[in-house]
Ligand binder design. Structure first.
Ligand SMILES: Nc1ncnc2c1ncn2[C@@H]1O[C@H](COP(=O)(O)OP(=O)(O)OP(=O)(O)O)[C@@H](O)[C@H]1O
Ligand SMILES: [Mg+2]
Length: 491
């Protein structure tokens, strides 16, 4: 929560700084333009003030300055308009006279250039001239030529916003106009800031919601996805972030479940393997011990019988270890079929040959009625051999005397369908979903007499998966079973 508050504070401070900078810039430019505008107005209104004043009074009398007249004129003008200060200049701009308190006028001369521009009637105002009482500041002015006995003798120069005006300006204009402008600006900026603060609050609230969800997820057990309802489609990056974190948590949950499943499968496997290893081992040990202890007293037939049983168990152990090893190899991620084109007919033929003796011992016949001689498939020949071995072995083991087994192939799209069918005891519908599981053996008397390891069909299923194919079973109790799988045709 604190980090969100921190983020919110940072955002608010950033906005505050932005708003204050903007306000300062606005106030400064507004005050500058309004001042310039007021000066322009002053100069425009008072453009002819010097002219009228000069017309009214005889400033030169007999070629010399009439001080009394100038003083009267200055008082007269200042009386009407207190911001005006009057100077008499010669033709070069030297100050000849004025009516201001002595010692307050600091310049002897004013620059004539802006004054000339003014007299030539330049339209663009304000024009700034020197203020003899304040040499650093340019002031708006009015100027008019003055004659003495019909000849140009100098200029009447009036500074329009003299010292009196300076004082007034600070106390009046700035305080009133600017304050009014400043109030509007500050008011609207304050409203903008308020809206900004609300927007940030709304935005950070969503972020805060997400943060709370992530925190409680982190503190949880990762077994459930994060408690967060995102928006789909996302409205912005924040929604996208939330959705991405949620998707991540779902993935973690799945992996967690997969890990748990793998763990329980591993436990189950160890339990099954140790049970399956222990039974034949204990039995073998029993027979061998009997032979060791009573060997001398046993008849040769009995001894042979004991050895036979011990041999049978050792064969079963060997078989179990071989199948386990095979299955674990097939299930490792590095296991890949060794793809090649080969004749399916030849493989089926060889496999049948291999099982003929075993089948005839049990009085079971194997036939291959309609094999297509030309079916070439693309697969791992050793793996497919293993599939056929397992299926035929199962068929022989589960078919009673006098039964029959048949192999057939059919073309289906670009695949060959291979079918191993027997008319044996069949599989109950309750067992069918499980027969491809590792160590699954239907729990009945006959099958326990047969004593397989329950790994053959798991191996078949895994081999088919590696071939991106599948295997399925159709069976009816006491009628028979069909195992069907598909192989890709020649590449
Ligand atoms: N053709 C069949 N007819 C009837 N039941 C079958 C047939 N094929 C398989 N089964 C049943 O499915 C079970 C699992 O077969 P699977 O081949 O996986 O194991 P298994 O044959 O018992 O042992 P092994 O690991 O030696 O192959 C068998 O125990 C058997 O009960
Ligand atoms: Mg089997």
């Amino acid at each position: 929560m604190r980090s969100i508050t921190r983020l919110y504070t940072k955002l608010a401070i950033a906005v505050l700084i932005l708003v204050l900078t903007l306000a300062a810039v606005l106030l400064y430019t507004t005050s500058k333009t309004s001042e310039r505008y007021s000066l322009e107005i002053t100069q425009r209104i008072n453009r002819d003030i010097a002219l009228h004043a000069a017309e009214d009074m005889p400033i030169f009398e007999g070629g010399v300055v009439n001080q009394a007249a100038l003083k009267e004129l200055a008082h007269h003008v200042m009386f009407i308009n207190p911001i005006v200060e009057v100077y008499l200049l010669d033709l070069d701009g030297n100050i000849l006279s004025h009516a201001l308190p002595s010692g307050t006028v600091l310049l002897d001369r004013v620059d004539m250039k802006p004054l000339q521009e003014f007299m030539q009637g330049r339209e663009q105002l304000p024009i700034f001239g020197n203020d003899p009482r304040n040499p650093d500041a340019g002031k708006v002015f009015s100027i008019s030529p003055v004659q003495s006995e019909g000849e140009p003798a100098g200029y009447l120069y009036t500074v329009l916003n003299g010292r009196t005006h300076d004082g007034l300006r600070h106390s009046l204009q700035e305080s009133y106009n600017l304050r009014a402008g400043a109030e509007v600006i500050v008011g609207s900026l304050f409203v903008a800031m308020l809206i900004g603060a609300i927007i940030f609050l709304v935005l950070t609230r969503r972020l805060q919601k997400l943060l709370i969800a992530v925190r409680s997820y982190r503190e949880g057990s990762f077994e459930k996805p994060m408690n967060y309802v995102g928006s789909e489609p996302p409205r912005d990056e924040l929604d996208e972030l939330g959705n991405a974190i949620y998707a991540m948590s779902v993935r973690i949950e799945n992996q967690f479940k997969a890990l748990e499943d793998a763990d329980s499968t591993r436990r189950e496997l160890i339990a099954n393997v140790s049970h399956d290893l222990r039974t034949p081992l204990a039995s073998m040990q029993g027979y061998i011990e009997t032979l060791l202890v009573k060997g001398e007293t046993l008849s040769p037939d009995r001894r042979a019988e004991f050895l036979e049983v011990a041999h049978k168990h050792s064969k079963r152990l060997n078989n179990l270890v071989r199948e386990l090893f095979e299955l674990s190899k097939l299930e490792s991620s590095t296991s890949e079929p060794c793809w090649e084109n080969f004749s399916l007919m030849e493989l089926l033929h060889d496999t049948v040959q291999e099982f003929t003796l075993q089948a005839s011992e049990r009085d079971v016949s194997i036939s291959m009625p309609d094999i297509d001689l030309h079916s070439i498939v693309y697969a791992d020949i050793a793996m497919i051999q293993r599939v056929l071995d397992n299926l035929l072995e199962n068929a022989i083991r589960n078919t009673p005397r006098g039964g029959s087994i048949s192999l057939s192939t059919t073309q289906e799209d670009k695949r060959i369908r291979v079918e191993v069918t027997d008319n044996g005891r069949g599989i109950s519908s309750a067992d069918i979903p499980h027969i491809f599981d590792r160590f699954y053996r239907p729990d009945d008397a006959q099958s326990s007499a047969q004593q397989g390891n329950g790994l053959g069909l798991a191996i078949v299923k895994r081999i088919m998966e590696l071939h991106q194919s599948s295997v399925k079973v159709i069976s009816e109790v006491d009628h028979g079973t069909s195992f069907i799988f598909w192989l890709p045709q020649r590449s």
